[in-house]
Ligand binder design. Structure first.
Ligand code: GCU
Length: 424
């Protein structure tokens, strides 16, 4: 019996691709040796020696690699957006904040798609206009606070499995340190990422992507087609459009922050949209800040198999072939230069490869040097709770697991303060 089933078992493995799976590396000594593409060497071998060459020649090349082979191209269609204030509460967060809930209605002809934006605005605004940190949430705005007036996301009915019981109101509140943000004069804008693209491989049909001219539910996706990370990044830019219309917003102080898959999104949104003056990736790992070639923790083979709808289809061809990538993640960070970028890791988050996250910040730094800014200047990782605050590149690793903590928020605002209110 056993002998009959065994060959069947192995052929099933190879059909499904399981035979390709390697054990996950959690031991630094098993990281293969690799050579990173040099961010300052152009495709024709020319070396970039100044910021003009970076901006005119190399940066577009790097951008082309990420849009053509990793995240997909962001369509250029102009989608109509109507924003309607649904509710305003002036005494939220112990009286420290005004909360506004806004419906963003995206439309193309008769097709519409709605998303729910929440703004938590400090009531005390010594500078009159305030910086805004935009950060998508995973489970609805109502999940970020115990405030009973917060509405459920529109995507609640589309993928209820993503939300669990309605009782989840406030369940992730400890990840959202609104009070600290209010005390420090930062507004926070948030929206459930599922409202833009429900996070599932079968949900393109319920995403805002259906409004775009290239959308065809019956056609196979083009190799460089955007998928969910690209769509979430596009949504972040639409939030930025709206924020820029508000009188209390300091337009030059928009921040994009994201955790984990939304940290990957944050880097891609920040690479494309220069209105984000500080870009923060919290525990973003594989496909975010972590160097793919290290194959430590999550690998491209795993991420593109388990989450096929995150990256453009052509990215999958680098599964188990990291050394054939024409780019690596330090170059994604370099696309943000000369604007500020902060990468953070957690001690117990080996899946996200903390060292790989750190090294990206380090290897992106030569681009900051072209502008005369310091970044992460040493390849030695700092100890726990010893943040590096280079002029334009920051990094920390804190105790604990894959999460967003008050410590993370505090360091992010320290870093933003240095960018926005430099000491004379
Ligand atoms: C999974 C995934 C990661 C991702 C994380 C998250 O662990 O493998 O790539 O960052 O989910 O978004 O929480």
């Amino acid at each position: 019996m056993r002998n009959i089933l065994l060959p069947l078992f192995f052929s099933a493995l190879s059909i499904s691709g399981f035979a390709q799976q390697k054990p996950v590396i959690y031991d630094e000594s098993q990281v293969p040796s690799y050579e990173l593409p040099d961010v300052l060497t152009c495709n024709d071998g020319t070396k970039v020696t100044n910021k003009r060459m970076w901006e005119k020649k190399r940066r577009p090349e790097v951008m082309e690699m990420f849009q053509g082979q990793m995240f997909g191209r962001t369509p250029k269609d102009k989608i109509k957006v109507d924003c309607t204030l649904l509710q305003e509460k002036k005494d939220a967060v112990y009286g420290k904040a005004t909360i506004q809930q806004i419906q963003m209605r995206f439309s193309n002809g008769s097709k519409t798609h709605d998303a729910l934006l929440m703004l938590v605005i400090p009531n005390n605004r010594p500078h009159k206009k305030v910086p805004v940190i935009f950060c998508y949430n995973f489970k609805g705005n109502h999940n970020t606070t115990h405030d009973p007036s917060i509405l459920m996301p529109y995507s609640y009915d589309i993928i209820p499995s993503a939300y669990g019981e309605k009782g989840e109101r406030g369940l992730s509140a400890r990840r959202w340190d609104y009070e600290q943000a209010m005390d420090r004069g930062y507004a926070v804008a948030t929206m459930c990422y599922n409202d833009i693209y429900p996070d599932d491989k079968n949900e393109l049909k319920n995403s805002v992507g259906t409004l775009f001219s290239g959308y065809n539910p019956n056609a196979e996706l083009a190799p460089d087609s955007w998928q969910s990370i690209g769509t979430w990044a596009w949504g972040a830019s639409r939030v930025a459009d709206y924020l820029q219309t508000l009188p209390w917003v300091d337009k030059d102080k928009l921040v994009m922050m994201g955790h984990s898959r939304l940290g990957k999104t944050s880097l891609w949104a920040g690479a494309q949209d220069t209105r984000f003056k500080v870009v923060i990736s919290n525990d973003s790992g594989c496909g975010g800040a972590a160097i793919s070639r290290r194959t430590f923790g999550e690998t491209l083979e795993i991420i593109t198999r388990v989450f096929p709808h995150w990256f453009c289809p052509s990215f999958r061809r680098f599964a188990n072939k990291e050394n054939e990538l024409p780019f690596d993640q330090h170059e994604l960070i370099a696309l943000i230069a000369p604007r500020a970028v902060y990468v953070a890791s957690a001690e117990m988050d080996a899946w996200a490869d903390q060292k790989g996250e750190f090294l990206s910040a380090y290897h992106a730094t030569p681009v900051y040097h072209l502008y005369g800014f310091k970044g992460v200047e040493s390849d030695q990782m700092p100890g726990l709770h010893q943040p590096i605050m280079g002029e334009k590149v920051g990094y920390h690793i804190r105790q604990g697991v894959h999460d967003v903590t008050n410590y993370d928020w505090a360091r992010y605002m320290d870093f933003c303060d240095r960018q926005f209110y430099p000491k004379k």
